[in-house]
Write a protein that binds this ligand. Structure first.
Ligand SMILES: *Cc1c(COP(=O)(O)O)cnc(C)c1O
Length: 451
């Protein structure tokens, strides 16, 4: 499959190079030149596959010829052996609520589903004995998933930038208690958008990027999107009718994967973007104006994002693949701090997406009600999607993506239901372990020096 940049559709790249580069050198994001479209008969055939075969089938569309279906299959089988659900994910029906639990991997958030695969794809790349330095920004869950996937790899160093004091204690501890000589945790005195900006600036600095042989695994890495497409198909086959998906959203990676599934022929009605008070996506989907505001800390920290990077991929679609227009809009965003969609462009966006904003008090109330009524504990991110799904008025059933295990947000759960929850077995004793991380200023030069 050939890949292009959202800001230049004339230059082609292959899967291996976009996998290693993450971000195009023109600042754009990589996209496949065209998508495979499944027919009704194809879907019928896919519906009979187990998760592993389904994943191999879907992912190999994007990775061939570099990684063929058999190779992907062996990667998938290895990637998911340690998941606590035999099907990797689990569709749980709780009193009429369809919850797709995506948090049964090693670090208790959906990020594991893509990251475990990515860790093994790195093993397939001949690095010519040249060490790779991966720099990644995390709003709390990508970092731990990346550590679990890449620790002890001798040809890779991993630098993780998390916003200082803006993630939960458990999220931080899962990262900073990991003992492995190739892992470097850095707390940046800023928010997630600052961390993400620094990583993008490093990528766009050709000299620095070459010097450290830099690579990235943020959600702008196309391979992550690809792995996330799979569970949309899985959920649809379990539900057997045209459905909505409600998705707790930050960087727009997970819900964009749902959009790709729809473009590949999956009968999805609406993709429902759930945001917290960091509501840039709620605003653009309802009004057409894309305008980042200041990040406000919330009870769902992995969604405390105002620059939703993957939205640029959707822009390419909304602008009918006009790469110049994407470039101009992104330039306007950086010069003037916003851009606005035309009426017909907004229509295209609203054809596939709806958005709802759920604030902290609503989130707490939903967690409490769910616990009191059904005895089930939602994490605060998943709760925003449950809240969003209550506001949707169309006829289709809705599947809610459960993006994290509630243990990661102990204090918020305690606030909501008045009691502490027990750690899952694999994290017994976590809170007593010693931590190791650096605290650095929000300063590109200082971070470059450190790396
Ligand atoms: C990362 C994350 C999100 C947001 O996903 P995006 O792909 O960035 O939109 C939501 N919930 C949890 C728990 C996360 O870790």
């Amino acid at each position: 499959m050939n890949y292009i940049s959202t800001r230049d559709k004339k230059t082609y790249f292959d899967f291996k190079s976009i996998f290693l580069r993450g971000l195009a050198s023109d600042g754009g994001l990589f996209l496949p030149e065209k998508l495979r479209k499944y027919s009704k008969d194809d879907l019928q055939r896919l519906s009979k596959l187990n998760y592993f075969d389904l994943a191999s089938e879907i992912i190999s569309n994007f990775s061939e010829p570099f990684l063929k279906k058999d190779k992907i299959k062996s990667i998938i089988e290895k990637a998911y052996v340690n998941f606590d659900s035999k099907d990797v994910v689990k569709l749980n029906k709780i009193n009429g609520v369809n919850l797709l639990e995506l948090y049964h991997g090693p670090t208790l958030a959906f990020k594991d589903i893509a990251m475990q695969v990515i860790g093994l794809i790195f093993d397939e790349i001949d690095l010519n004995k040249k060490k790779i330095n991966i720099v990644v920004a995390t709003s709390g869950d990508t970092g731990s998933a990346a550590i679990a996937a890449l620790k002890e790899k001798k040809d890779i160093n991993l630098f993780i930038l998390h916003p200082y004091k803006k993630i939960s204690d458990i999220q931080r501890k899962i990262m900073t208690t990991c003992v492995s000589s190739n892992i470097f945790n850095i707390a940046v005195k800023g928010n997630f958008d600052d961390c993400q900006k620094i990583v993008k600036q490093m990528f766009n600095d050709e000299k620095f990027r070459e010097k450290i042989n830099m690579s990235g695994v943020n959600s702008i890495n196309w391979a992550r999107i690809v792995c996330q497409i799979v569970y949309y198909f899985y959920a649809y086959f379990k539900m057997q009718s045209k459905i909505n998906f409600a998705v707790p959203t930050g960087n727009f990676g997970d819900v964009y994967a749902g959009f790709v599934a729809k473009k590949m022929g999956l009968p999805i009605n609406k993709l429902i973007v759930a945001t917290n008070n960091n509501d840039i996506l709620f605003r653009v989907i309802n009004s057409g104006e894309y305008k980042p505001l200041k990040v406000k800390p919330s009870l769902s920290p992995s969604m405390d994002i105002q620059v939703a990077s993957n939205f640029e991929r959707l822009l390419f679609h909304i602008f009918k693949e006009d790469d110049k227009k994407v470039k101009i809009s992104m330039q306007k965003l950086s010069d003037e701090g916003f851009f606005k969609l035309e009426k017909d462009e907004l229509n295209i966006l609203q054809n596939d997406f709806e958005a709802e904003r759920v604030d902290d008090s609503e989130t707490l109330r939903i967690i409490k009600d769910f616990f009191v009524n059904y005895g089930f504990i939602l994490d605060p991110h998943t709760a925003t999607a449950v809240g969003a799904s209550y506001k949707i008025k169309n006829e289709s059933k809705t599947v809610i993506l459960g993006t994290a295990h509630p243990f990661k947000f102990l204090d918020t759960i305690k606030l909501a239901i008045g009691k502490k929850i027990e750690p899952p077995k694999k994290f017994l004793g976590l809170t007593e372990k010693a931590e190791k991380f650096e605290i650095l200023d929000n300063n590109l030069l200082e971070l470059k020096k450190f790396i």
